[in-house]
Design a protein around this ligand. Sequence first.
Ligand code: FES
Ligand SMILES: [Fe+2]
Length: 321
Amino acid sequence: MELIAVCDSKTNTAPDFPIGWWSVARSHELEPGDVKSVSALDRELVVYRTDSGEARVHDAFCPHLGAHLGVNGKVVGESIQCPFHGWQFGGDGKCNHIPYCETIPSRAKVQNWPVSEVNGEIYMWFHPTGADPDREVPIIEQIGDEHWTEPRQVEFNIPVHIQDIAENSCDPEHFQYVHKQNQTPPSSVEVEDDGAVHLRSEIEAQGMKGDLHATMFQPGLARVMTSYGPGAEMLVYNSAQPISRNETLLRWTLIVRNEIAEFVGDQVMDGIIEGLSDDYPIWENKVHRKQPIFCKGDETLVLFRKWVRQFYLPESPRGQQ
Ligand code: FES
Ligand SMILES: [Fe+2]
């Protein structure tokens, strides 16, 4: 007797979380002394800023009786204090003070995640073994540069695994069907010497020809530059916070050169949001294919799948892709 194969579903096909830097908050959301509760990578986290201004990310559940440090936890100098019995934890995640006891149990610690704060955001480094970062968050020099406008920011919740969102940018064929473009624009997708995936494409808007250059540094960090000539440039930076295997929060930051600030208003942001809403029904309902059946015309998707393997442990039980 042969059983019919188990049906694919969103929960039984979604892969692990890729190794890398993940955005967990925007810098302006966290003043010294602020404490936030954040859900990311299927974990509950506490994100806080010490009195001296350092941002920290720890697992949220206190090793004592399990209270959530991100809900009513308090910053005390350079430590975070649990709201339940006042135990305090320092930058390495170790308990450094128990108000009613001199001896601190050696196992009293919360997992500490390395933090980087650049581009107006706070990032945590995730590695399934707890290994130290082997790369840095790319610095987007145009953010904060005087020749560019103040950032416009928007966030989206997307009901799909981060890898499938990233894959979308290496998928020129879907533009015709999902984004209603007449034809696939001439484009190239390559992994360049910096290790990032670069997509270059010709574009046209209101009769003007321009070019688009998208750089994917890792599955959740990408920059898209659009240029219609010197001084007519726009930059969209996109960073991800995977919440679970099937839910991702995307943070978008849009800036344009001052020269075109008055011509590029809300409608550009609206256009980007509209583009994402085209993808939404596909993402919301698809499953992740670990081993898709590719055809000869899918070279860029194949390139993406090879590139993305580096962000998973080879022995990862839920697969690399
Ligand atoms: S649960 Fe955190 S101090 Fe008791
Ligand atoms: Fe798309």
